[in-house]
Design a protein around this ligand. Sequence first.
Ligand SMILES: [Co+2]
Length: 442
Amino acid sequence: MAAKLSDGVEKLSVEKTPNGTTNGVHKVDAEDDHEDSDEDEEDEDATVKPDGEAAKKKKKNKKKKKKKKSTPKAQTSPPRVLISNLFPNGEYPEGEINEYKNENNFRTTSEEKRHLDRAKSDWLNDYRKAAEIHRQVRGWARQNMKPGQTLTEIAEGIEDSVRALSGHNGLEEGDNIKGGVGFPTGLNINHIAAHYSPNAGNKTVLQQEDVLKVDFGVHFNGWIVDSAFTHTFDPIYDPLLHAVRDATNAGVREAGIDVRVGDLGAVIQEAMESYELEIGGKTHPIKSIRNLTGHDIVQHSIHGGKSVPIVKSNDNTKMEEGEVFAIETFGSSGKGQVYDDLECSHYALRSDAPHKSLRVSSANTLLGVIKRNWGTLPWCRRYLDRLGQDKYLLGLNSLVREGIVEAYPPLVDQKGSYTAQLEHTIILRPNCKEVVSRGDDY
Ligand SMILES: [Co+2]
């Protein structure tokens, strides 16, 4: 889920950015692939056991085999097998591990940092569990999304899968705060860059020529994996997809403890703006969308308060040890700037919500429902519908007006333009950086 810069902040960073920071645009070979290769994982159980032990182990395995017959070993299509059934030892695969660079190099071998890291291992395992669910659900979605499907069908397919794998269907009060869907599934087509999810009755059908951004979240205990990709059926958009992939990977690579977010923005912009998109004989430079940013993630809040710009800026805010960041980049063939448009679907209770007495009684009732079901996690109108809430719009609008609930309307670039997005969640562990949402796909 993207963060939008407030107008004031945006002006500040744009003012400070010298004009013409875009380097000479050159066309990059569409096949050029700079992605980091996955490192081989070490075999965890490589120690040799004495004979007696080995024999015992054999017996154990025999017993296990019988049991296994009742529990499925593989994920189904659509995904419905509880993730914990696929990892019976309770340990989930780690993401891509990156060593810290330069003055932070000492962290790789520091005993003190290693100790700090171990102290938080349960938290990390929960994070990896959410990431594994994200990988399995998006793997299925990428294979099964087809032109002709409605956006509602696609959104529900993803959300039902996340609910099934996490074991949190979110229907009982409080269940969704424990785990499951981390925020509304964004299904953003073409010039729509972020925060679009179908509301009830939406009849939008995915088209062959569409550029679809799929942005969804999975969480346990309020720690959200925020990851997004762009899906197309026509290879003419490949340069746009490669631009955001390179830009996000550049951001992920350069992110680290003590890194200034403004510097990260420059690196991201340079990678992004080395591409161009050719459509119908016309060439469009690809721009970083300058008023969209990545963000830090704190427990139960998708936007912690820090931004990761995707254009060069003088923001000297530093990333710190233990922080979690969503590194997301947006490329556009349009103006490279978004504005609010279309019907709102995404909302979240503000963590700094004022305590006020509300004149609209339905607003009071709705506020209770929101607090008990999501706390400060984001949700959309469809999630209220599935809990049996109706006629809530008056109350909802009043909560937004009073500054209690934040509305996140869709963000769009100019009509006719194409936008793409790629997003990963990274954890700045004390002794290494973990790209927890990394998969074979992106
Ligand atoms: Co995000």
